[in-house]
Design a protein around this ligand. Structure first.
Ligand SMILES: Cc1cc2nc3c(=O)[nH]c(=O)nc-3n(C[C@H](O)[C@H](O)[C@H](O)COP(=O)(O)OP(=O)(O)OC[C@H]3O[C@@H](n4cnc5c(N)ncnc54)[C@H](O)[C@@H]3O)c2cc1C
Length: 374
């Protein structure tokens, strides 16, 4: 059997693999080798990657569009707000892939192999009669179906279907993102999301927290809510994001380092991950020569994530109440800053007080009761 050695092996050339490799290349240039293994290359083809930030995070070349107005909607009406110091950005997955692979190949020593990876032995991977070894193996494979957090953890799933559509006549308010258009039927929670690229061209998504018919919901939304009957679907994206407050084991028994969704970098309350993945990758690379470190959430934000998840799972009608209070009373700047976990303790206190008379504290007690009983 042939044996090949690399400094780093990265399983999965998706968002976290590419971001991590770009940080490795920043630090080591061509002096260290990287092998990517992914079951399907190129990756991110049908994905849309969005994020909010005060700057474009250096992705100017691949920003497809940015917005500074956001709409929140539910059965009680809509709330429109400016995003203040933040913008909401959209980038096409395929552009993100090209952008990162160019940086990694031009400035580093990287190889990409298409292969469906199964089991990994200690620092060794066997693919088609070749044994690959490395100083570090990073793994971004995450199987939603196989994932089972501990008994004291909350877990739910966002099932997502998105269509990029083109209409015959003007149909979209070009400057405003519909961030959340919430719908609750009995206990079945879903929301719709609308990113208008221009007046005839938009990404419309349905996100369900139950096992429903996504196609039917999205179709109904476009016809009944958006009142659009003549449209073409130009592209589709579909997937599942697991939301959980469990502790992820970052290094497994074979010394393999879990990254991205597999390393718990999806924000449990929103499903967004890009900014967290960037921060986590920086930490990992900084610590490689001494002790490997990971991005960590502080206790306050972990508690907030647990409470919001608890409400979403056990009390979805309350989540609508909470969102309405939040979007009507708090500026988008403050909401994004809170979600980015950048608030000072005083700002956090004030943030929670804005929900008054809705008492987060009561939900905290109920949540603790459920955790203790499980
Ligand atoms: C429809 C959808 C839309 C989303 N939109 C956003 C968004 O706008 N903004 C945001 O921040 N987050 C978004 N997310 C969440 C975000 O996409 C993911 O959290 C992000 O892709 C996580 O990066 P990752 O590297 O962990 O996983 P991925 O980007 O999925 O990368 C994992 C890679 O591993 C490869 N792989 C899997 N199994 C194997 C195997 N056995 N062998 C070899 N390779 C394998 C896959 O092919 C894939 O390329 C979205 C998620 C979904 C489902």
């Amino acid at each position: 059997m042939e044996t090949k050695y690399y400094n780093f092996i990265i399983i999965g050339a998706g968002v976290s693999g590419l971001v991590l490799a770009s940080k490795l290349v920043d630090k080591y240039g061509k002096t260290k080798s990287i092998l990517f293994l992914d079951k399907q290359l190129p990756t991110l083809n049908n994905k849309n990657i969005c994020f909010w930030a005060k700057s474009d995070l250096g992705f100017n070349a691949i920003i497809n569009k940015k917005w500074n107005k956001i709409k929140y909607k539910d059965k009680n009406g809509e709330i429109n707000k400016d995003t203040g110091n933040y913008n909401y950005y959209h980038s096409k997955g395929k552009d993100l892939y090209k952008y990162f692979t160019k940086i990694i190949k031009d400035n580093g020593d990287a190889e990409f192999i298409e292969s469906n990876i199964g089991e990994i032995k200690k620092n060794e991977l066997i693919v088609d009669d070749t044994s690959y070894t490395a100083d570090y193996i990073f793994d971004s494979r995450f199987e939603t179906k196989k994932f089972s957090p501990g008994p004291k953890c909350f877990k739910t799933q966002q099932r997502i279907l998105g269509w990029t559509i083109e209409t015959e006549t003007d149909a979209f308010e070009e400057n405003t993102v519909t961030f959340l258009d919430m719908k609750l039927t009995n206990t079945e929670l879903e929301f719709f999301y609308l990113l208008p690229f221009n007046s005839k061209h938009a990404l419309v998504e349905c996100v369900q927290y139950y096992d429903g018919n996504l196609t039917e919901s999205l179709n109904n939304y476009i016809h009944n809510q958006l009142q659009i009957t003549n449209y073409k679907v130009l592209a589709k994206e579909q997937g599942i994001t697991t939301l959980t407050d469990c502790n992820f084991q970052r290094i497994d028994k074979n010394g393999v380092v879990k990254i991205g969704a597999a390393g718990g970098q999806v924000k449990p309350t929103t499903g967004y991950s890009l900014v967290r993945i960037i921060e986590d990758s920086k930490k990992i690379v900084e610590g490689l020569d001494s002790e490997i470190q990971f991005r960590r959430d502080n206790l306050f934000y972990r508690l907030c994530d647990s409470i919001f998840l608890y409400i979403m799972i056990y009390n979805p009608q309350q989540i609508l109440k909470l969102y309405r209070l939040m979007f009507s009373r708090i500026t988008i700047d403050r909401i994004f800053k809170f979600l980015d976990q950048q608030n000072s303790p005083i700002e956090n206190g004030l943030f929670l007080l804005t929900f008054y008379p809705y008492t987060i504290f009561l939900q905290l007690l109920r949540m603790i009761k459920i955790k203790l009983a499980s």
